[in-house]
Design a protein around this ligand. Structure first.
Ligand code: MN3
Length: 195
């Protein structure tokens, strides 16, 4: 039985970058609904005994299991997403992660542009990611509930670009949401701890 993880910060703590109302709905309603659906869908099945990552990998390539995959993967994605933010986040990237970024992207500004651009160019609902693939950083984007986890790649940073994540605070301005997320919300110490 999966349960909603508590946030590490107050629901008012990310405002005005991410409002209390957005967190109330997004964490309390949207994320909770994925968990409720997942628990109902796996009830009495072998999947009930598996870890979340095992469920995602087992169901991701099977169209008949799409509802289970979608809810399981969204649960995983949101667990990471909440951890990737903190009050007064953004700013200086810790040295170990900064070194990997400079190796791969040249400088932090190029990395920032590429990450934000992945989120902007994800057509419709989805996610943008920073992952480690064979020891190298990699930026990617996925539609709907999908994530690199289904391909055995573990993201270290994820940003939700479904409209429920930004519409109340930014209306249609997804680029502004992504810039504020990057500059003011990312918990870089947490991201680095995932390496
Ligand atoms: Mn969401």
């Amino acid at each position: 039985m999966f349960t909603l993880p508590k946030l590490d910060y107050q629901k008012t703590a990310l405002a005005p970058i991410m409002s209390e109302q957005t967190l109330d709905l997004h964490h309390g309603k949207h994320h909770q609904t994925y968990i409720t659906n997942l628990n109902n869908l796996i009830k009495g099945k072998d999947l009930e005994k598996m870890t979340l990552e095992e469920i995602i990998k087992k169901t991701s390539k099977d169209k008949s299991q799409a509802a289970i995959f979608n809810n399981a993967s969204q649960h995983w994605n949101h667990i990471l997403f909440w951890k990737c933010m903190k009050p007064n986040g953004g700013g200086k990237i810790p040295p170990k992660l900064e070194g990997l970024i400079k190796n791969k992207f040249g400088n932090v500004e190029k990395f920032r542009q590429e990450f934000i651009n992945a989120g902007i160019t994800q057509f419709g609902s989805g996610w943008c990611w920073l992952s480690i693939n064979n020891g190298e950083l990699e930026i990617s984007k996925t539609p709907n509930a999908e994530s690199p986890v289904m391909n055995n790649i573990k993201p270290i940073l994820g940003c939700d670009v479904w409209e429920h994540s930004y519409y109340l605070d930014y209306k249609n301005k997804r680029p502004e949401y992504l810039e504020k997320f990057f500059d003011k919300l990312i918990n870089w110490e947490f991201v680095e701890s995932n390496i």
